[in-house]
Every structure is written in C-alpha cells, then in structure tokens.
Ligand binder design. Structure first.
Ligand code: ADP
Length: 402
C-alpha cells in the first residue's frame, strides 16, 4: 500500500510517497513560492538512501492545484517517476496542525471533518486554512482515494484538565477554548513508540520524557505511553526557548511593552515569535552557528544563549520526572535533539541524582538510528530520529484498517 503524505502550508507544501509494505520512502519533495511569479519544486527519489537522486523544477505555480498536478506528473513520469499511474496511490495522509478538542484521533476526511477543521481555524489561523487547502487539492486530484487527517494536537488530548487548563477565568475556556493543546504530537507519538520498541516494552507501558528540539522545541511527559503534559500551549510559542520564539515568559511583559514602547499587539507578537529565543539573545538561531561562535570565537552572547536553551530543557526534565514518576528514558529527537552532542552533554550534566548519566563518547558519535547514550544510570537516555511523515502514513493505514 502506497500512502502519499501531504503537509500543506499557505504558499508551499511538502509531500512524501511511502510504500507501507516496506515503510520505505519512494520520494519526497517540496513545492514552494506558490502564487509568486516563479515557483520552485524540489524532488528527491529514494530520499536518505545511497541511491538518492534530487532534481528541481522552476516554473510558476499559480495555486496548490497546479503544484500538485506537477507533482503527479513527476511521480508518474516514465523515466524518473516512482509509480506508473496515480491509481498506485492508495491513500493520502494530511498533517493538520490544530484539531482542537474535536479530534483526539486521526480520522478519514469527509465533509463533517472538513467543517470541524474549519471550525478550529480561530485556534490556528495560519495553519488550518493551509492544511484544509491541501485536503481540498488532494480530493480534487485523487477522487475516490481516501484522505486521512492526522493532527499535531491529537497525541496531547490525553492530558488531564489540571495540565491543560490555564488558571484564567473559566469563562474564557468555555467561550474561546483557551487551553493548552500542545504541538509536535506526531513526533512525540512516533518516538514514544520507537522508544518502547527499543526498550522491549509495550507502547502502553513506557514512561518517558520526550524532547523534540528543532527550530521549534517542545517536550512531553509520557505515562504508560500516553501524554500527560507538554510544554507548548494554546500556541507553539509556549514552553522551551526556541530558535526565534521566546517560550515561557512573564505574561505581564506584554502590557509592559505596550505601555513603555508603544508597541501594538501585532508588533509584540512578532517580537515574541520571530525576534526572541536564541536569536533574541545572541543574534543567531542555528545551533551550529552558535557553537562555532562560542567555541571558536569566544562569543559570550552565544555561550549565554546556549546555556539558557539547555537550562530550560533541564528544568522541564525535572518537572516531568516529578509529574510522571519513575521514567524509563529521556528521549532526544529532531534537528538539535538528534545532532547536538554539546546540548545533550550540558542538559544531562549533574543529573546522576535523577538516574541520568550519559557516556560522553557514545554521545559524541553520530549513527542516524535509535540508540542509547546512557552510562548505566537508572534512566536510559535515547537518541531517536523522528519521522513525522512515516507516523502520518502509519496513522493513515491504521485509520483505514479501522
Ligand atoms: P524544524 O523545526 O524546522 O523541523 P529541524 O528538526 O529540522 O527543524 O531542526 C533544525 C535545527 O537543527 C537547525 O536550526 C539547527 O539548529 C539544528 N541542527 C541541525 N544539525 C545540527 C548539528 N549538527 N548540531 C546542532 N544543531 C543542529
């Protein structure tokens, strides 16, 4: 069974075709600058393997339908295509950012589901409309092929009220659905299942703290395979310090900024989302640049940004161990989590009293596969490469099999 995974943004979309018999990715790609005078399509055949072949197409894509039509042409091209006919696409899995309280599981998309995704637009005004347009394009170009919506928020829907409610007037929750939803759920769920496999436990028996650290960063407290708390909130701005996002700050800073700098809500929002985090502290948001600056150029701001980033992860590990009870493992995943040995060493430093101790030599080697870097402590420290597309494809298959 071949599943086409689509992650649709407002002016771009990513896609990946996965053969679910082998779980191999047949091809993946990105269509960007949709609606601009010149668009770009980057396509990879057998991505991530020794046989990977990459090519690009530059042409205007007036809308998502035009972009997807070109993708279908490439997928079925007699020379470089990976399927003969689009009938070899058996199902489509869509990433949808915000499922609100409506969706605690992935679902087959029908008109009722589309309407419910639409109803959740106020909670994700940038993402849900773009995700919906991906669904509409797929339904237009692949009539009769089932589409499944997989929500970033669904893994976190098992949180108890004491974790997801904010201490605000209850009327705000009732009227506007203001609460913690959490994001990156597809990744947290994927690494939870992989960690259980790695530890030889059933998925519903594993207790973890999972750390998804990329440009956006979030952590989850996982008890018996279920999320009981997560660091992102009603929006992906909350929790950890991120590339350009501030994470948790004193909320009174917002009115203070408005009053003392005369900033509008929009301007403040832009500062918190785009000018803060690592970038706000040291001017750089790529952790590789930060390491070069602090280690090779003695840049104090880069050093401070790195320490602040790690400090908050450490604090959340402590908080989540207190929340979950004894854990089996701390899991690091995503761009920074999988690749940054400096960050892992700093976060896990002086944590022996919590059963966390890493082998620095193991920590410094790259393998690209799930592995433990523990040095015998009670808690395993795992690096697990995330694969959100495969998780979406698996969820799609599971939903269709009922
Ligand atoms: P996104 O949230 O955009 O999906 P990724 O999970 O791909 O992000 O992570 C991207 C980030 O990973 C980059 O901003 C970079 O800081 C970080 N990264 C990638 N490789 C390394 C590395 N070798 N060391 C430290 N950080 C890295």
């Amino acid at each position: 069974m071949n599943v086409l995974v689509i992650n649709s943004g407002s002016s771009s979309f990513k896609y990946q075709l996965i053969d679910m018999n082998t779980e191999a990715s047949l091809c993946s790609g990105l269509v960007e600058r949709i609606g601009e005078t010149q668009g770009k399509l980057t396509h990879k055949v057998m991505p991530g393997t020794a046989e990977e072949k990459k090519f690009t197409v530059e042409q205007p894509f007036p809308d998502h339908v035009a972009g997807m039509k070109t993708v279908v042409d490439i997928l079925t091209d007699p020379e470089r295509g990976v399927i003969k006919d689009k009938s070899e696409i058996h199902a489509i899995g869509h990433r949808v950012v915000q499922g609100g309280e409506t969706f605690s599981k992935s679902v087959v998309v029908d008109s009722v589901v589309r309407a419910a995704i639409h109803d959740n637009i106020p909670l994700a005004p940038l993402h849900n409309p773009a995700n919906l347009s991906g669904i509409e394009v797929a339904q237009e170009l692949f009539p009769g092929v089932p589409s499944v919506a997989v929500f970033d928020t669904e893994f976190h829907q098992t949180m108890p009220a004491k974790a997801y409610l904010y201490p605000l007037p209850t009327s705000l929750y009732k009227e506007l659905k203001i609460r913690r939803y959490g994001f990156h759920g597809t990744s947290h769920r994927f690494v939870t299942k992989q960690a259980a496999k790695f530890l030889g436990k059933k998925a519903d028996e594993v207790n973890l703290v999972t750390c998804h650290l990329g440009n956006g960063c979030s952590m989850a407290a996982v008890k018996n395979g279920q999320c009981i708390d997560t660091s992102m909130g009603m929006t992906p701005l909350a929790g950890l310090m991120m590339g350009t996002r501030c994470g948790d700050i004193d909320p009174a800073i917002l009115p203070f900024l408005a009053e003392n700098k005369g900033l509008t809500i929009k301007e403040i929002d832009a500062i918190l989302n785009k000018e803060s985090g690592l970038k706000g502290v040291c001017g750089m948001n790529d952790m590789r640049d930060i390491h070069t600056a602090r280690l090779e150029k003695g840049d104090d701001k880069a050093q401070l940004a790195f320490e602040m980033f790690c400090y908050r992860i450490k604090q959340y590990i402590g908080a989540y161990i207190a929340t979950v009870g004894p854990i089996d493992a701390v899991v690091f995943t995503a761009g920074v989590g999988e690749n940054d040995e400096y960050m892992r060493a700093e976060v896990c430093k002086d944590m022996e009293h919590l059963g966390i101790e890493i082998d620095l030599e193991e920590n410094n080697t790259r393998r690209g596969v799930a592995r433990s870097i523990s040095k015998g402590g009670k808690v395993q420290v795992l690096i697990i490469p995330t694969n959100e597309e495969l998780e979406i494809a698996q969820a799609t298959v599971d939903v269709l099999k009922g």
